[in-house]
Design a protein around this ligand. Structure first.
Ligand code: NAP
Ligand code: MG
Length: 402
């Protein structure tokens, strides 16, 4: 069989620890034998980030801006222990944070559903995708402890020095206050990323806030979403047969639980932080959670939602067998390859990616899986395999499909 040709390079961002090991296995076993893989390679492994003073991270994000699609391996976000372990020049910022800031993107997370790994909510038949706004609110708050009586006010001073004041509270006793903000441009970018992703994946979009209580702050989110929808997306949504709807955050949680899945749930920053962990847990396993960063102007970066699986890596270095789940990383590659195929009009490439996804799911549904899934699978005949054996089992399934 001739290898599938690509025309535009994928931006490939290598990473750290166990996921770096898996990255190479996936390329060697599942991609390079079938595709004439064309990538522009960026090594985001911590040693090279340190060597380049993190310039490589910035370069890789700019490459995604240029080519439109990237695929990223999990990377270490250094803390004090990592600075020591890797003898770093400094505690470099989170690569995901740097890339997100450059692309101004929104992260969409969705679980991969397979038979035998049942969600805690039994009638969830399709994935629920969470979109989290990644700017502002309590994550950029200013807070104060109030020790005794006094007046707390919100004061805005405009460029001409004019002040606008609102009383927060006339304190008679100790308490606390908090100042939060957001930006129309950031909310608009978030809204556009959500509308684009809904069109892209042909799923309904739900957005919720608390505008009944927060009549200016949360209401502004609601209004910006509504304006952009009416003016830019309504016709496209109708044509695609999907809907956008806004409701209150407490109403939406009830609807989500009663739903059968298959939609995108857009959340404000804090709601997304909490609800994405809730959904990841409710759907079963971190190793099955995919993640894609989408910019308002339609650039895509695919990755697994989990980290570098450090504990498994130390076992691997020690020569012990590991059983690390590669599914989310495989789906990062297939997501990126499908998107590249779609943008470049290479149907074969997209079809191959679909088959690789199917082969992965067939492998697990056939009973062969890694330890994390073996623990929770309801299948009667579970065959727990090690990291490489799992990828080789997927290859055997893939051979049957092509
Ligand atoms: P983690 O790598 O996600 O792993 C946490 C635990 O979850 C693992 O020890 C393992 O449990 C389980 N797990 C996660 N992914 C798995 C997989 N694919 N297969 C099997 N089990 C899996 O999170 P962490 O240990 O907190 O973080 C490690 C490093 O990753 C940190 O340096 C952090 O900065 C980085 N990180 C990067 C990203 C990213 O690049 N997107 C995201 C999060 C964290 P058991 O040990 O019980 O088997
Ligand atoms: Mg969190």
């Amino acid at each position: 069989m001739d290898k599938i040709k690509m025309t535009t390079p994928l931006v490939e961002m290598d990473g750290d620890e166990m996921t770096r090991v898996i990255w190479k296995m996936i390329k060697d076993e599942l991609l390079c034998p079938y595709i004439d893989l064309k990538t522009e390679y960026y090594d985001l492994g911590l040693p090279y980030r340190d060597e380049t003073n993190d310039q490589v991270t910035i370069d890789s994000a700019n490459a995604i801006k240029k080519y439109g699609v990237g695929v990223k391996c999990a990377t270490i976000t250094p803390n004090a222990a990592r600075v020591k372990e890797y003898n770093l020049k400094q505690m470099w910022k989170s690569p995901n944070g740097t890339i997100r800031a450059i692309l101004d993107g929104t992260v969409f997370r969705a679980p991969i559903i397979v038979k035998g790994i049942d969600p805690y909510v039994p009638h969830w038949k399709k994935p629920i995708t969470i979109a989290r706004h990644a700017y502002g609110d309590i994550y950029k708050a200013t807070e104060m402890k109030i020790e005794g009586p006094g007046k707390a006010e919100l004061v805005f001073t405009d460029a001409n020095g004019n002040e606008t004041r609102e009383l927060i509270h006339d304190f008679k006793e100790p308490g606390i206050i908090q100042g939060v903000h957001n930006l129309d441009a950031s909310i608009s970018g978030f809204a556009r990323s959500c509308f684009n992703f809904a069109l892209d994946t042909k799923q309904d979009l739900w957005f919720a806030a608390k505008d009944t209580i927060s009549k200016k702050y949360d209401h502004n989110f609601k209004d910006i979403f509504a304006d952009i929808y009416e003016n830019e997306y309504k016709a496209k949504f109708e044509e695609a047969g999907i809907t956008y709807f806004y409701t209150l955050i407490d109403d939406v949680v009830a609807r989500v639980i009663k739903s059968e899945g298959g939609f995108i749930w857009a959340c404000k920053n804090y709601d997304g932080d909490v609800m994405s962990d809730l959904l990841a847990t409710a759907f079963g396993s971190l190793g099955m959670m995919t993640s894609v960063l989408v910019s308002p102007d339609g650039k895509y970066e695919y990755e697994a939602a989990h980290g570098t699986v450090q504990r498994h890596y130390y076992k691997y270095l020690d020569g012990q067998p590991t059983s690390t789940n590669s599914v989310a990383t495989i789906f990062a590659w297939t997501g990126a390859l499908k998107k590249r195929g779609e943008l470049d009009g290479i149907a074969e490439l997209s079809a191959f990616a679909e088959k690789l996804e199917k082969a992965t799911i067939n492998t697990i549904e056939g009973g062969t899986m890694t330890g994390d899934l073996a623990l929770i699978s309801k299948l009667p005949n579970v065959n727990k395999v090690n990291t490489l054996e799992f990828i080789q089992a997927i290859r055997a399934e893939l051979e049957k499909l092509i």
